[in-house]
Design a protein around this ligand. Structure first.
Ligand SMILES: Cc1ncc(COP(=O)(O)O)c(C=O)c1O
Length: 409
């Protein structure tokens, strides 16, 4: 029977202070007899929520009315084509999740035991999982302070004869400096994979994230910039790689005979109904991205004079899509990140902490014991994201900012 890997805070020693406290309980306190408009406003502001006001219902009803509810059907092709074109790619392969998209890429690259893939330690666990699923080993790199992305200056020191790929993550929607990554990859003959799960519509030097390496993985989980409820897509401009991913996604049925398998395949197909939602969402993607950028600009302008709060960066060559509007709570702020979360939750405002680095995860801790990644550790200790949905109103953002300021005093 499978047993969980336990890791106590005592075992972590001084690193225990990096690990976020328990999730605060969200509270709303609307007085029974509201006496002002402000009382009526005391509803929960979630950290993220989808916006489904386009053609979603119409397209899904079309699937139901025509009986095309599984993974065959026109919406799969339409979604794959429209989304992959939007991110500058000739090929898109829709699948069940962003994690599955990463897994399919790693499998299609032929990774296996003995291989290594360089990833940032500051990421969502799926980046590491996808490497581990193949039997290869994730090799970790620290983050840099400005964009919170992988510190590209530290990659080459981690390259060994076993390294097969670099998997970058466009963290929270800020693009990685891909020219630098591709140059390193060319020098060492490595594949470049983009984990673009959080970066729909983000631009690097005017080019879309998701089109800048050998292949990219997007997530369409409900908190992503566009959603299919659950879902993902591999995008690529490499026909051979794309065809292998397409084959692997569907049990690796071969073209010449249906029940004839030349690879270990996966059952990772998206349904036509999910793709119907995805198509409707893709139609609105530009709007969602510009709302997110406007919301971020408003947050930054309202928060910039708050001492001890670091707001997200945008490099001159980048268009950040602010999947999540993250801030760092510095010592100067006066209370800790965890205390700020508690106080915001008591005002009905939901937040999330930044990622817990891979080297501090119970499941990976023994593999990286003794390795330290000070920037990622500091991001984990100080980072939180504020409500970030595309559909946030100006008043909601103002309410969050007022609450952040009130929590300090
Ligand atoms: C960076 C990153 N990679 C991969 C994933 C996995 O995507 P999914 O939840 O669709 O499997 C996520 C999801 O949040 C993510 O943030």
């Amino acid at each position: 029977m499978l047993k969980p890997v336990e890791l106590t805070l005592e075992e972590l020693g001084d690193l225990a202070e990096v690990i976020p406290g328990d999730e605060p309980e969200l509270k709303v306190s609307i007085p029974r007899i509201p006496i002002s408009e402000l009382d009526m406003e005391r509803t929960i502001i979630p950290v993220c929520e989808p916006a489904l006001q386009g053609n979603e219902t119409r397209y899904v009803m079309d699937c139901l009315n025509t009986n095309w509810i599984s993974s065959a059907g026109k919406y799969i092709n339409l979604f794959e084509q429209s989304f992959s074109r939007k991110v500058g790619c000739g090929h898109g392969i829709a699948c069940v999740s962003g994690t599955a998209a990463l897994h399919l890429i790693m499998a299609a690259l032929g990774l296996g035991p003995g291989d290594e893939v360089i990833i940032p330690t500051h990421t969502m666990i799926a980046t590491a999982y996808a490497v581990s699923y193949t039997g290869a080993r994730p090799v970790l790199v620290d983050s840099e302070r400005r964009t919170w992305n992988m510190d590209l200056g530290q990659i080459e020191a981690k390259v060994t004869p076993r390294t097969k790929a670099i998997c970058v993550v466009h963290t929270y929607g800020h693009p990685v400096d891909m020219d630098v990554v591709c140059k390193i990859a060319r020098r060492h003959n490595l594949y470049v994979v983009e984990d673009a799960a959080e970066a729909h519509g983000a631009l690097y030097k005017g080019r879309p994230c998701g089109s800048l390496g050998d292949a990219a993985a997007f997530s369409f989980y409900a908190n992503k910039i566009i959603t299919t409820g659950e879902g993902g897509m591999v995008t690529s401009n490499n026909l051979e790689l794309a065809e292998t991913v397409r084959t692997l996604r569907d049990h690796a049925f071969s073209k010449e005979r249906h029940f004839w398998h030349k690879y270990i395949g996966y059952s990772f197909r998206l349904t036509n109904m999910q793709a119907a939602v995805g198509l409707a969402q893709t139609e609105q993607m530009d709007k969602f991205v510009s709302w997110r950028r406007e919301n971020a600009a408003l947050y930054t302008s309202l928060l910039q004079d708050v001492p001890g709060l670091t707001t997200p960066a945008e490099e001159p060559w980048a268009e950040n899509v602010y999947w999540m509007y993250g801030v760092l709570v510095e010592d100067q702020f006066g209370i800790s990140r965890d205390e700020l979360r508690l106080r915001l939750a008591a005002r009905g405002i939901e937040t999330r902490t930044f990622f817990i680095p891979m080297h501090l995860q119970p499941i990976y801790y023994a593999d990286y014991k003794g390795e330290r990644y000070p920037v990622a550790e500091d991001l984990c200790r100080r980072g939180l994201y504020l409500p970030s949905a595309s559909s946030l109103t100006r008043r909601e953002i103002e309410r969050v900012v007022e609450a952040v300021k009130a929590c300090r005093s």
